[in-house]
Design a binder for this molecule. Structure first.
Ligand code: BEZ
Ligand code: MG
Length: 573
């Protein structure tokens, strides 16, 4: 408390405001409050939040300007495009009008909601009408659920209608569910919109690194997934191109087959070297894009530019000199699994507790992902040639790792794939570069294209989901499966300790306190699913045993007693 007393009142106010910002961030995070039940439409209370999110983005496909912006502009609170710069009070005022209008819409229909906006926000009924038409369409489609019907038709070998893949906020046209998800034409990637959106994200990423390190990262490792780039029409790909400082070029058939450099005077910063670790699904779905990415790196390496403004060129030249290797070896940057192989297996090794040395997980990542793709300088395709030395060398230069998160539906502790990829590559870098990289994730669903460190994201996910009664009570309504989901989250959180030491002690302590040391909760969990309860305690003990969680011996003793209780229960003692 002592140093708190020394704060000036301005500093104290700033501290309180920062805390308030943090709380708002957690409060406003959209989380699933329960699992999707196949064949069952979504419930009424989930709709308000979802529609608010849908309305908070421009919908150029429907000619709609984001509802909060529209309201702010009509009330003369903000100028066009300036919502992000508005004061907190203004933003809260606008948000509450948006929420109120959607609540009225859900309860009384679109005419009442239009009237409300006309009275309270000077938005003409004509202007808001198109918004509520769209929201009405979304609600109708949310309420209709043809999943079971489609499954039966599939089993009968009949036709299933197709629809785009994305999440509802990104593209409401994915509704109704129960259709065949179709991909996109890989030659269209990145779309013009995705390339435009990626500029701000790449800039925020570099700004964040610069703020923390006082200079640009010389090399970054990026994770690219197939499904994400389908959903966003190539946002991750576009971010990689921005880091290199190149833009896609379309041929006469409107296909992206190459890139051109953005001149340094326009870029206004150095070209960042990148190492791309792409999933097997990405490699299969985006074969032309893999070629474009490889080509982009090689093109940048050959630009006649000062090396302090072109890190790719600098690194390739250095490597050729130091190792007297050829240009093709030194310019390899696109890596994936061997042809026909998928995944890193890092998740399996972590989940089965099958590693003893710290470097084992990173080595496994490289063993699985060290296959190069692209074309050599003679134009011959390199389709999955093993290139372990090239990958080791490229990773040894990396100073920051990054993955684009583009969905509200799946976060970094919901599935084990985020830590197997982003965690796996970060651990591989740590041992090759002799230094832990800065690890970042974006949140491109946030309109401000927020960049967070891994540690911040783990904290946010833990507070918004794992430790949030709204989330875990939603899961527990599903009984056995719900307990398994909570256990999954704890294990995936543990995955971030194993690969990146990114989990604070208090997170494990709060998990223990909430689910195990609370007698009533512990009894609920083990009655619903003793096996997952057992695994959860085992994972906490493992976190402590491996040095990821510093906690009083007393807590460990208690956990050991609890695991004994569950063992007895399972064995029927
Ligand atoms: C992908 O879409 O590339 C992907 C999906 C799940 C896990 C890993 C990668
Ligand atoms: Mg720790």
């Amino acid at each position: 408390m002592e140093h708190e007393k020394g704060l000036s009142s301005a500093e104290r106010d700033q501290k309180v405001l920062n805390l308030y910002d943090r709380l708002l961030e957690i409060e406003q995070r959209l989380i699933p409050t329960g699992l999707h039940v196949f064949g069952r439409p979504s419930q009424a209370k989930q709709k308000l939040d979802l529609l608010r999110m849908v309305a908070s983005f421009d919908r150029p496909e429907s000619g709609l300007h984001a509802l909060p912006d529209l309201i702010g502009e009509r009330l003369r609170l903000i100028k066009r495009g300036e919502l992000e710069n508005a004061t907190r009070v203004t933003r809260e005022r606008i948000d509450s009008i948006v929420s109120q209008s959607i609540t009225i819409f859900l309860q009384a229909g679109k005419r009442q909601a239009e009237k409300y906006l006309a009275d309270c926000a000077n938005v003409s009924e004509k202007e808001s009408h198109s918004w509520f038409e769209l929201l009405e369409e979304v609600v109708t489609r949310l309420d209709s659920n043809s999943e079971m019907d489609a499954l039966m038709r599939a089993l009968n070998g009949e036709y299933i209608q197709s629809g785009p893949g994305a999440d509802v906020v990104q593209n409401p046209a994915i509704l109704p569910t129960g259709r065949n998800t179709h991909a996109i034409n890989p030659y269209s990637v990145p779309s013009v919109a995705a390339f435009a959106r990626a500029e701000a994200v790449a800039a925020s990423l570099l700004t964040r690194y610069c703020n923390e390190h006082g200079r640009y990262p010389r090399s970054m490792a990026l994770v690219l997934w197939g499904l994400d780039n389908i959903k966003t029409q190539g946002e991750g790909v576009a971010q990689a191109l921005w880091l290199l400082g190149v833009r896609p070029v379309r041929d006469r058939l409107n296909r992206v087959t190459t890139v051109e450099p953005i001149p340094l005077r326009d870029l206004n910063r150095p070209r960042i070297d990148i190492v791309l670790t792409v999933s097997g699904i990405f490699r299969d779905l985006f074969s032309p894009t893999v070629q474009v990415l490889d080509r982009a790196v090689r093109m940048v390496a050959q630009l006649e530019e000062p090396e302090d403004l072109n890190y790719v060129r600098a690194h390739v030249r250095q490597q050729m000199e130091e190792e007297s290797c050829g240009y093709d070896d030194a310019a390899t940057r696109v890596f994936s699994n061997a042809p026909g192989n998928y995944g890193t297996n890092v998740n399996f090794m972590v989940m089965d507790s099958q590693w003893a040395q710290d470097e084992t997980l990173g080595d496994l990542f490289v063993t699985r992902k060290c296959f190069a793709y692209g074309r050599d300088s003679a134009g011959r395709t390199i389709e999955g040639r093993e290139a372990r030395a090239a990958m080791d060398r490229a990773l040894a230069r990396v100073e920051a790792t990054y993955q684009n998160i583009d969905t509200i539906e799946i976060g970094i502790t919901d599935v084990d794939h985020y830590f197997e990829y982003l965690g796996g590559v970060s651990k591989a870098v740590e041992h090759r570069a002799q230094s832990r990289p800065a690890i970042y994730l974006s949140d491109t669903l946030d309109r401000e294209a927020k960049i967070r460190t891994l540690e911040e994201t783990v904290r946010l996910e833990s507070r918004a989901k794992t430790l949030n009664p709204k989330w875990y009570e939603g899961m527990l309504r599903h009984g056995f499966r719900g307990v398994a989901e909570i256990e999954n989250h704890v294990s995936n959180t543990f995955g971030w300790s194993a690969t990146a030491d990114a989990v604070d002690d208090w997170i494990y302590s709060d998990v223990a306190r909430t689910f195990i040391l609370d007698k009533e909760m512990f009894d609920r969990l083990r009655a619903l699913n003793p096996h997952s309860t057992h695994s959860m305690i085992g994972r906490l003990l493992e976190a402590h045993g491996r040095g990821f969680w510093k906690v009083d011996a007393e807590v460990i003793d208690q956990l050991q007693a609890m695991i004994g209780t569950v063992e007895d229960q399972i064995e029927g003692v």
